[in-house]
Design a protein. Structure first.
Length: 200
C-alpha cells in the first residue's frame, strides 16, 4: 500500500479527527499515539473540524445548563410544628391571666403540671409550654421577668420560685402547709395506726 492510498488517508483522517476534538488544536493539544501516520489536513478541513468540535462543546454546555435549570432547588426547610402546644390545651391546660387569688393560681399550676407530666415534657420544654398559656397580666409579668434575667435564660427552678413569689406568696404557702399538718395530725388522732400506713 503506497503512501498516497485512500485507505491510508482515511486512517490518518480518523486519527487527526480523534485528536483535534480535544480542547482544540495547537501546541497544547495532545500528540497522536506514537507510530500513527501524521499527514497534514488541508487548512479548510482542519478549520471545519475545529468549528464542528466547538459547536459540539457549546451544545453540550447549553444542554448542561438546561438540565441544571430544570433541577429544582432544594425546598426551604419548613419549621417543624411542636404539637405539644396543641396537646396540652386539648388535655385541659387553660390560659392563665395572672390572677392575684392564690387559690386560683394554685389550681391552675397543679392542672398544668399534671398535663405536662402526661405529655412527657422535659424540664427544658416545660417553661416554654407553660409560658405559652400566659395572657394579659401574666404575659406582661413574664416579659418583665425575662428582661430581668437577660442576657441569660431563666431556668425552670428560677421560674418556679418567681411564680411562687408572685402568685403563691409565702404567707399563702405557709397557711396551706399548716392546714395540711393539722389535717394529718387530726387523722392520726382518729386513726392511730394511720402513721404506720403513711410511713410504710
Amino acid at each position: 500500500m503506497s503512501q498516497g492510498s485512500p485507505l491510508r488517508a482515511q486512517l490518518h483522517l480518523r486519527v487527526q479527527v480523534g485528536w483535534i476534538g480535544r480542547e482544540g488544536v495547537g501546541a497544547d493539544a495532545p500528540l497522536p499515539p506514537s507510530g500513527a501516520p501524521v499527514v497534514e489536513l488541508p487548512p479548510a478541513y482542519a478549520q471545519i473540524f475545529q468549528m464542528a468540535f466547538q459547536a459540539q462543546a457549546r451544545a453540550r454546555a447549553q444542554l448542561l445548563a438546561q438540565v441544571q435549570a430544570r433541577t429544582p432547588a432544594p425546598a426551604p426547610a419548613i419549621p417543624t410544628v411542636d404539637h405539644n402546644y396543641v396537646r396540652i390545651r386539648k388535655m385541659g391546660a387553660t390560659e392563665f391571666e395572672g390572677t392575684l387569688d392564690p387559690e386560683v393560681a394554685e389550681r391552675w399550676w397543679e392542672k398544668v403540671e399534671d398535663v405536662m407530666n402526661l405529655v412527657g415534657c422535659t424540664p427544658e420544654n416545660r417553661l416554654k409550654y407553660l409560658v405559652s398559656l400566659f395572657v394579659g397580666n401574666a404575659l406582661i409579668w413574664w416579659r418583665s421577668l425575662k428582661r430581668a434575667y437577660e442576657p441569660r435564660e431563666i431556668t425552670w427552678a428560677e421560674f418556679q420560685r418567681e411564680f411562687d413569689d408572685k402568685y403563691r406568696p409565702k404567707m399563702y404557702r405557709d397557711k396551706k402547709r399548716m392546714e395540711f399538718l393539722n389535717l394529718v395530725q387530726g387523722m392520726s388522732k382518729q386513726w392511730p395506726n394511720m402513721n404506720f400506713v403513711l410511713l410504710h
